[in-house]
Ligand binder design. Structure first.
Ligand SMILES: Nc1ncnc2c1ncn2[C@@H]1O[C@H](COP(=O)(O)OP(=O)(O)OP(=O)(O)O)[C@@H](O)[C@H]1O
Length: 226
């Protein structure tokens, strides 16, 4: 479903963030992306939802090159990819419901459809009763759940998460990762960039390790480090 062929990313300042990466991620997989700070994990994630373009190489999603997409085709790609960040990125002046609904409003879904889908997504993340609250009234873990609801409300085929537990305590981190695993069980391909050694070791999922922009390990059921 996601194929990277000889992907290199050099930023305009000359930093080589990814070097000749080739990897295939199949439909329905759960993949951890690990590696030290600066290894290229965020760059990998940003390439997948076309926030960045590779300098060299090819990226196919569902058999189609995402590099050659026309500007008008980018929203179609993004509809199929949910994204979750470390810092939640919620709109502070909007309620939980409105934050999640926003993802569908920009795609011009009908109002009744939005209402239905948002409540399903909020129930899925366990926040059905907090729809009217504002982000600052929620814990960090709850705010991340809202961000996850916002990412999945479009029913994307792929969910990418960049350090989703980076701001959370160990117990909350575990709950958030359990939620991502549950979403994966329903068929969504999930890619999580993380530093969280304990979680990676506990989950026994595929581990792709990057170091200085190179793919240094790809284990079917791996641990954080060898
Ligand atoms: N927009 C950018 N412009 C220039 N250099 C960048 C940019 N984004 C990242 N880099 C550089 O590319 C390299 C890889 O960064 P990246 O953020 O992908 O790594 P990472 O593994 O996600 O690190 P971290 O765990 O600290 O988030 C680093 O040397 C970083 O400084």
């Amino acid at each position: 479903m996601i194929h990277l062929y000889n992907v290199t990313k050099i930023y305009p300042n000359g930093v080589q963030a990814l070097r000749d990466i080739s990897v295939k991620i199949s439909k329905g997989e759960f993949v951890f992306l690990v590696g030290p700070s600066g290894a290229g994990k965020s760059t990998f994630i940003r390439l997948i939802f076309r926030e960045e373009l590779p300098t060299r190489g090819q990226i196919l999603i569902g058999g189609r090159s995402i590099i050659r997409l026309k500007r008008s085709e980018i929203p179609i790609l993004r509809r199929n990819i949910g994204v979750v960040f470390q810092d939640f990125r919620l709109l502070e002046d909007r309620t939980v419901f409105e934050n999640v609904a926003f993802a569908l409003e920009v795609l011009e879904y009908p109002r009744t459809e939005i209402r239905k889908r948002v409540m399903v997504a909020l129930d899925m993340v366990g926040l059905g009763l907090k729809a009217k609250m504002f982000p600052h009234q929620l814990s960090g873990g709850e705010q991340q759940r809202v961000a996850i609801a916002r990412a999945i409300v479009k029913n994307p085929r792929i969910l990418v998460a960049d350090e989703p537990t980076g701001n959370l305590d160990p117990m909350t981190s575990r709950e958030i990762m359990d939620l991502l695993a549950e979403i994966n069980k329903k068929g969504t391909t999930v890619i999580v960039a993380t530093h969280d050694r304990e979680i990676v070791d506990a989950f026994q999922k595929r581990v792709i390790a990057l170091s200085q922009g190179r793919l240094v390990r790809d284990d079917v059921k791996g641990a954080y480090a060898l």
